[in-house]
Design a protein around this ligand. Sequence first.
Ligand code: ADP
Ligand code: MG
Ligand code: ZN
Length: 620
Amino acid sequence: MSRHNRASNLSFLFLGLVILLCASWIWQLNSQTDSLTFSEVEQLFRQEKVESFVVEDNLLVLHLRENPEESWRYELYDFDLFYDTLAPLVEEQAAKGVITSYDYQQDHSTNWLEILLPWLMMAAMIGAMWYFFILRGQGGGMGADRMAKFGSARTRTLSEKDKKVTFEDVAGADEEKEELREIVGFLRDPRKYINLGARIPKGVLLVGPPGTGKTLLAKAVAGEAGVGFLSISGSDFVELYVGVGASRVRDLFDQAKRTSPVIVFIDEIDAVGRQRGTGVGGGHDEREQTLNQLLVEMDGFAANEGVVVLAATNRADVLDPALLRPGRFDRQIYVGLPDIKGREEILRVHAKGKPLAEDVNLRTLARGTSGFTGADLENLVNEGALLAARKDRDYITMDDLHEAEIKVIAGPEKRSRVIPQHERKLTAWHEAGHAVVMHALPGHDPVNQITIVPRGQAGGMTIALPEEDRSYLSKRYMEDQIVALLGGRVAEKLCLGDVSTGASNDIQRATAIARKMVAVYGMSEKIGTVSFDGGSDEVFIGRTMSHSRSYSEAVAAQIDEEVRRVVSEAYRRCEDILTSQRKELDAVAGYLLENETMEQAEFLRVFGETPKVSVELEKN
Ligand code: ADP
Ligand code: MG
Ligand code: ZN
């Protein structure tokens, strides 16, 4: 007996059983009613023989005084008739204590579903039988049309509730929303953009750790623009069978073009979009084929077709570079962890409609949850509500929320690391150090933003934006760069008496610049105007140096000596700056601890200055 046949026999047995069950259910339903007529029922009530009754769906169940153990059933075809005739009587008898208990819903109507369900199930069974044994029998195994079904994309559209998601539901992410507004504008009124000849991005990549609201943002774009939303997960494309993934991609874009204007959202795009030709083990044909199809489809639709593809990943660095070329996902938006203000706003969004006690302070809660994602915060509020319910209170107290916070920190759903206070302090002074030094160096680019919200590997960041393009670098400029890079380490040492590994990358970069000045650009008087390397960056990697060194040990030692001198001179300058501007340094660090991000205007206020020109953030 073949496997196929045995499976069929088993299904037959199963079907038979289900049909038997259905039949007995129908039989039971009908047999439950004893043959009372309505006038007999009415009579029983009028003679005060009824002690209690309930109406369950379309069934009236009576208990008579004579024999309370036994129940009488009557199928109500017309509930209104029953209610209109007997309700006054029932109330009167109940008041007298003749009827001890009763229960009926006033808006009762015949429950058709209840009556029809068994028959519907029967019909479904017969349909299924027909499909399995007649249709399948012809094709034998996996027929061509079944294969086609297999290759179609299992997209999800939005539920009614999700359709109403707008930017208002996404708290805090102001810059992200700002960047996505253009897409919304285009989807709302494509003609305007087409007439202007503007090139609208076809694909936008949302990059950020899990739980930071990437999916939420994508839904909000669709909601704001009032367009459709097709969502699929990258892992849905990855199948064992060659060709299935590619055919799903084709199907996805067919669906999109049919329903445009529409947002296509590909979650976890790294599952398909990983760089080709990497990874362990063979058999990547399928994934490559899928990725190739995705590239073909992205190139295949015109930008004016009203389809915008949003994709999410938490690792942009593993994606195949081909995906990021112009006309594909040529725009990236970083969706990061929220800062204090963002966390407070997210808490506010999720606390809306929940009764909070007077003592609840969301700002305090936001302060204590650095490192939490939006999803963590949503979870926190929800846990708080559950705790309040468990204590039988109808409002949520601050204690509940604090307890919930601990649950989320320890819980299995935690997506990110909570940043301990001492680490925040170290980062705050480190970044403040960079910023204050940059500000003190006349040739340095102005500080635009400082943050101690972690991003990727970095614990914090100080962003300086050039005021003008530099086509060449002066010696002075490079020296200043080194001083600025050392600012973090020096501030840690000066203010906290301790140093962290957080500065190791800074020091590497500072040393690299110094080495380049000495050995490549000939900026050291002691070494002279000589270049010891073809200018390639490899000179900074010790390993390659020993392979391809074209100069003597003595010169190498001299170079090392000079590099050390340049760096330690910069270190001294840095120390001088930070000691004399200690007050400002502490003020900036204090502000960062309080708010986590500091914009240019606030930073300059510490020095009693105002921004000269408002620098527009250039992002690509
Ligand atoms: P991601 O796709 O980045 O993993 P999600 O969009 O799935 O994150 O976020 C999960 C949940 O966390 C959302 O449904 C929402 O309730 C909450 N959330 C995340 N970020 C925010 C935010 N900025 N504002 C409000 N809620 C948020
Ligand atoms: Mg998501
Ligand atoms: Zn640093």
